[in-house]
Design a protein around this ligand. Structure first.
Ligand code: F6P
Length: 328
């Protein structure tokens, strides 16, 4: 398995894309596991920007103390425009070499893994950990940050339920997720929504929402929650506009926005982050490079980045139908 010169002696860690609660726990785990296996560890600041600028700091065992419970990322994050160009990737690869890094751990989502793939093609060894509240990394059932964001969204919807119940109103709530409905669907089920609209599923506003609200009214229900994934065209604002035009419905729109990205990471996110951080270092020690760490059937595994980024995540039909079955 590889030769002696493939041994990783210096590891750079970066977080990239939207921050996600639990990224710090992953940094902590990977940093400590790497140090324990004899590597030098460097924290690269502001995602791929830090690689381009040579902006990195040596991390010790203690540098990552007291961060397991912190949201955000101590390394900061960014979406790096320059890194999207071939020139930028080449420059980043040569910067990694000048910084003396043998490998880079990328903690982020699909977009960041595309970056890692390009970097690996320029000869930099990489490993990736899925961390995005969208939970849309194709090859992994779980991405760090999802559970915390979900609980934040559900708590917010619970609060909205109090006020919409008091006023006999309908609350149309927009949940993040980029082009994915994972967060919205789970939030809808956990918050007992009357309807959930996600980009992956075609909807008929008359059948799927207006009729549901009319039925609800007939059955004596005076308030409703409708969850709209931000990836649905026009988002919650457009759905509300259409509903108002179709029926005399008293509704309010709430966009949960970046609130969903912050906060103390849940126990599940800390646990998954710790497991993935340690596993990522293990793959490097086994000299298996350019991998995405993933959860499949509840267990940790890994895929080549190339294979992983091309995998598509299917929404569970069961999940959607179960939610709809008990919505009224
Ligand atoms: O990918 C995480 C996410 O929060 C998405 O749900 C959302 O579409 C996007 O990032 C928002 O990005 P920004 O923080 O750049 O506004």
């Amino acid at each position: 398995m590889g030769n002696k010169s493939d041994r990783v002696k210096a590891l750079g860690i970066l977080t990239s894309g939207g921050d996600a609660p639990g990224m710090n726990a992953a940094i902590r785990a990977a940093c400590r596991a790497a140090i324990k296996s004899g590597m030098e560890v460097y924290g690269i600041r502001r995602g791929f920007n830090g690689l381009l600028d040579g902006d990195a700091v040596r991390l010790g065992f203690k540098s990552v103390s007291n961060i397991i419970n912190q949201g955000g990322t101590i390394l900061k994050t960014a979406r790096c425009k320059e890194f999207m160009t071939d020139e930028g990737v080449k420059r980043a690869a040569s910067a990694a070499k000048s910084m003396g890094l043998d490998a880079v751990l990328v903690i982020g989502g699909d977009g960041s893994f595309q970056g890692a793939l390009k970097l690996s093609r320029e000869g930099v060894k990489t490993v990736c950990i899925p961390a995005t509240i969208d939970n849309d990394v194709g090859c992994s059932e779980y991405s760090i940050g999802f559970d915390t964001a979900l609980n934040t969204a559900v708590e917010a919807v619970d609060r909205l339920r109090d006020t919409s119940a008091s006023h006999d109103r309908t609350s149309v709530v927009e949940v993040m997720g980029h082009t994915s409905g994972q967060l919205a669907l789970s939030c809808g089920m956990a918050a007992g929504a009357a309807a959930v609209m996600i980009p992956e599923k075609k909807y008929d506003i008359m059948r799927d929402v207006v009729e549901v609200l009319r039925q609800a009214k007939k059955s004596g229900k005076s308030h409703n929650i409708i969850i709209v994934a931000e990836g649905v065209e026009g988002g919650a604002a457009r759905i509300a506009e259409v509903l108002r035009a179709l029926d005399d419905v008293d509704l309010r729109v709430t966009i949960l926005g970046h609130i969903q990205r912050g906060g103390v990471p849940s126990a599940l996110d800390r646990i998954r982050a710790t497991q993935m951080g340690v596993y990522a270092v293990k793959t490097l020690n086994e000299q298996r490079f350019d991998r995405i760490i993933a959860v499949r059937d509840g267990r940790l595994t890994d895929f080549s980045i190339e294979e992983g980024v091309n995998m598509k995540k299917e929404l569970s039909r069961d999940f959607y139908e179960t939610s709809a079955e008990v919505s009224l």
